[in-house]
Design a protein around this ligand. Sequence first.
Ligand code: BGC
Length: 920
Amino acid sequence: MHRTVMLGASVLASSLVCAGQSNAGGIAVEKLRCEYGTSQAIDETHPRLSWVLKSHERGQVQTAYQVLVSSSENALAADKADLWDSGKIASDQSIHVVYAGSPLKSRQRCYWKVRAWDKHGNASPWSKPAFWSMGLLKASDWNAKWIGLDEGETRGDEYRTLPARMLRREFNLERKIRRATVYMCGLGLSELYINGRKIGDHVLSPGLTDYTKRCLYVTFDVTKNLNPGANAVGAILGNGRYFAPRTNEPTVMVTYGYPKLLLQLEVEYDDGSTRIISSDDSWKLTTDGPIRANTEYDGEEYDATMQADGWSESGFDDSGWQNARLVDGPAGALRAQMAEPIRVMETIAPVAVTNPAPGAYVVDMGQNMVGWCRLKVSGPRGAKVTLRYAERLKDDGTIYTDNLRGARCMDVYTLKGGGTEVYEPRFTYHGFRYVEVTGYPGALPLSALEGRVVHDSVARAGEFSCSNPLLNKLYHNIYWGTRGNYRSMPTDCPQRDERQGWLGDRVEESKGEAYLFDIALLYGKWVTDMEDAQKENGSVPDVVPAYWLFYTDNVTWPSATVLMPGHLYDMYADARILKTHYASMKRWTDLMSGFLVDYIMYKDTYGDWCVPPESPELIHSKDPDRNTAGEFVASAWFYHVLRRMSSYATILGKTTDARQFDELAGKVKTAFNAKFLDKAAGKYVNGTQTSCVLPLAFGLAPEESKPKVFQRLIDNIMVDHRGHLGTGLVGGQWLMRVLSDNGRPDVAYALAVATSYPSWGYMLDHGATTIWELWNGDKADPAMNSGNHVMLIGDLCTWMHEYLGGVAPDRSMPGFKHIVMRPRPVGDLTSAHVRYESLYGSIVSDWKITGGKFVWKITVPANTTATICVPAAGPDAVTEGGNPAGSSEAVKLVGTESGGVVYEIGSGDYSFTAVLRGAR
Ligand code: BGC
């Protein structure tokens, strides 16, 4: 069977994980990555190359490297670097080395390898080769035409749907083929078929953008799918967001037009001659295919009796199809989709089926998941099976759909009859745990449905576990909630008629996501979307891409445009993202600075969104004691933005800008404390948890007021809220860290493991398998009550990894070039384990308490160093590998701090044992 290989770097690189064993004491070069290891063809003409060094020796560093890049595999094997030979470069840089060879051209294929010199000056063997390819870099590379049919009836404004359009064309290839590549942009969503087979495993492709600004094309290597002689190519176009599912409900939604296709199939014959088959009006089109309706919110209707078997094979009778029309293309520039495509990432079996009403079965997937169901059925031609998706059940066991608002979340399959039929939708997705099945011929067996878990194919970045089962369950819920909301942009929710890229939900929370998944490309794309959404005056909307037009010029939500690049810098040392977007960040910051009145920022729309309300049916609290003043939130947050801008300006060498941001920040700080701080009482404004958290998190609180403000926070939690959190989206993004950084990790831990309302544990105890939008999600009004939101995770996931596990980046040497390892053995916790796959390689922190001793195993990747803090009373209480710690070259004692004894270590595996601080 033919298998299509996607063009790109990771195809070869992924096989490198176990490559070239490190020679004893030396280093090996592995895991070569171009632009974060994308498997897609790229259009970055100065791509960044990264590799991982492996060594069994402690304290190992790279002292020099050499990169070879060739235009063919054979040339590379013979060390003929016709594109780039970097020569031996004395440097410890092993990530983001910028390609500096011959200019890269459209369609360029690049094979590369690396060797590195270790701390002794010994060279590693050459790495195994890796590969990346270039897409089409210039508009003039495209001779294909946009085709489609710019007409068709919808079923009204509230249910805007069209049948999927199918397009095809046949062609003859005269000779043997050396290589064939398809470049394709099918909007809103598309699938490619050649000679009867679906090409690639992308689903819901391409990625979402503002199509007036940019449109993403995908690239497939289809060499193995074509034969000399007769061939056929076909595409199916779904509506996606291009033909928006709504235009006026529940808010104004932008729509771009009818689905359309741009496709270029480039064939290179064995003799070097070429042939291009492009989309044009010689293609045939039908709207009479089996996908009768498809919208993201409402589902798909598939009528198998209308299936045109063989439609993407040669010899098919398309005389009933019309000619495709040449149509106006979208205004957006064509750019290569560099982020990994959405794929079916997992298939799960349901756990139960019930029959709560005559003719209606309810299947329980056992997990609130995102994607769809694959249905297996046999029955008479024309029978209709309807699947309706829901997150919850009513008391009578039927599905509860009130919180889906206007989204119908329903797939309908009409059988063609005559045997077993297998169906899964293409151009929709659902957020659900339960599926109601009606119309199924006979009794529904569990095996009739499978859950197809669908999201951006981001790699797992690590793992967390600990001795507390509740925290492990929370981690599970965070993991499922996060993956379920990746839809080529991070969404707020996956189920109701919304599913938008609300910036505020991720602004700080996303830092924690980076420990779960490799999000560099996905979030890098989203930052680009933010810049695309920016108005000329600098305004950034609350929702990006701006499918809903919310240009409200508040601080907290759009601040993602400044803060998100900073996370990518911290986690991946991505200085390019700061550089590329600096002008846009500055434009937004300058716009917002203009709104300051006496250095106080009044521009706030959402306050501390979704604090736990006073009565269970409320969505938003009306109690002034629970809410934090908007101008307080906005001013504090804006101060943080200014500080971050100053740090970026410093990194980029823009000293004047840095000084100006600092000066303004200083004025905001003074005004903030003058206006909001009651020094005598030691509290800000009304003393909510968020009012204490933000000034402490951002360094706004004057030194002398800090203890009181912090005490106020503790009192608010322990006394006013009897041991519960009272934060919403804003304060919750810093709460756990502020508690831990100011000496009360025990309170943070108590909040993390609490089970009474409001708490994450309460969600667990009430059946959540993801994280709810509302603390009172089991009882609140369904008008805004999703069972799968990430915003209330706040900084819990960051805290699990950085504070419990104790693995954090050091902003001054970002990307984990220098690692800060400071685990907090807290509460009844007796062990924690974190593994994180940094760009430098695996970082592991694994500790347990046995017999009053803290036993800590650490892995620090080659070419990095770590500052570690062992929770012991003093240096005398610490050993490493059985010897007094600090006595070896590899483990240097730095000193003691309140949390323990601090050492500086180089790369390698370590095993520390310490007599714990204080009695436990
Ligand atoms: C979304 C949120 C979002 C908020 C802001 C909600 O409907 O689901 O996550 O941040 O609106 O208004």
